[in-house]
Design a protein around this ligand. Structure first.
Ligand code: ADP
Length: 330
């Protein structure tokens, strides 16, 4: 039995927050992330300060602090496990959750000189395949990059070689649906799902066998509530779709958490995978035989207190899922 891993990563202040002299309300200590309600007019410490424990709490401000996490560190902690999972024949899902501008894309994609999880995982997968093929295993890799925008799915690419992936990811990224909101100059209003289907073919006791694993790497749309972004018309409609799928993802997660706490899978629970396109697509990587990693991206600033607290609560709910590992064999 393996539990879901949940990490929180706070980004540095952005220019807008620096310009408005925003205050730092996040504290990290070991695995703990604390949030201070600097506006609360009370001495009640439980209202003024809330603390959560995650598998990892990643700091981004001063690189001397123990909690500071580089892109490489995040990959070492979370990405290597995904690669191991794929080679062992399990499914995996990594998703980045958080309000727009909180660091989801930075963590998942990164930049060309500071790559995030997706390119690092792809690179490691292909390096390990090259080593493995020397031992007689053959592999097939299929990659899809899907966008869910207003509950409609679009496939952004289709590639089979690592050499094409970087280029195609850039192309896929430039195709993502973005629009301006008051929250940030450019806001991601769609979910981006990068999926690697990994087939290992070899012999088991002299009999040909194939193992198939699926890795979903998901950069979710901004989680901010529609009313805080000043959205109307089309933007409001987008917000409603985004909220619906994130709420459904939350319901699926809490149903799975309940399932694991109550019965370790003995009792029948209704898991509402079909309530959104997002959860329907991620079905095989949430619960069951898969490894799930959630990265909650947050702002350090007091002006984002409400959204940050709601992200921390969402991440906290995800902690209790326990997946039952079974290997996919074709
Ligand atoms: P989101 O995908 O959540 O909308 P982004 O990943 O685009 O947010 O991040 C917003 C900005 O903050 C970007 O300019 C990004 O480079 C920067 N940023 C985010 N997280 C970090 C981090 N951990 N360290 C340094 N810069 C970061």
């Amino acid at each position: 039995m393996a539990s879901v891993k949940v990490a929180v990563r706070v980004r540095p202040f952005n220019q807008r927050e620096l310009d408005m002299d925003a205050k730092l309300i996040i504290q990290m200590n070991g695995k703990k992330t604390g949030i201070l309600n600097s506006k609360a007019n009370t001495r009640d410490e439980s209202i003024r300060y809330k603390e959560f424990t995650f598998d990892y709490s990643y700091w981004s401000h001063d690189d001397d602090s123990e909690e500071f996490a580089s892109q490489e560190q995040v990959y070492k902690d979370l990405g290597t496990e995904v690669v191991d999972c794929a080679f062992q024949g399990y499914n995996a899902c990594v998703f980045a959750y958080g309000q727009t501008g909180s660091g989801k894309t930075y963590t998942m994609m990164g930049s060309s000189d500071n790559q995030g999880l997706i390119p690092r995982i792809c690179k490691a997968l292909f390096e390990r395949m090259a080593e493995d093929s020397k031992r007689g295993t053959t592999h097939r890799v299929q990659v899809s990059y899907l966008e869910i925008y207003q509950e409609k799915v679009a496939d952004l690419l289709r590639v089979t070689h690592y050499g094409h992936i970087q280029e195609c990811m850039n192309r896929g990224n430039s195709h993502r649906t973005t629009a301006a909101t008051n929250m940030n100059d450019v806001s991601s209003r769609s979910h981006a799902i990068f999926t690697i289907t990994f087939v290992q073919a070899g012999y088991c006791d002299g009999v040909p066998s194939e193992t198939v694993s699926k890795i979903h790497l998901v950069d979710l749309a901004g989680s901010e509530r529609a009313d805080t972004t000043g959205a109307t018309g089309q933007r409001l409609k987008e917000g409603a779709h985004i909220n619906k799928s994130l709420v459904t993802l939350g319901s699926v997660i809490s149903a799975l958490a309940e399932l694991s706490i109550e019965s370790h899978g003995q009792k029948k629970f209704f898991i509402p995978y079909r309530d959104s396109v997002l959860t329907w697509l991620l079905k095989d990587s949430l619960g069951g035989n898969s490894k799930t990693i959630m990265i909650a991206a947050i702002s350090p600033a007091d002006c984002n207190y409400g959204e940050t607290l709601s992200t921390l609560r969402y991440a906290n709910r995800a902690k209790n899922i326990i997946n039952k590992p079974t290997v996919n064999e074709d």
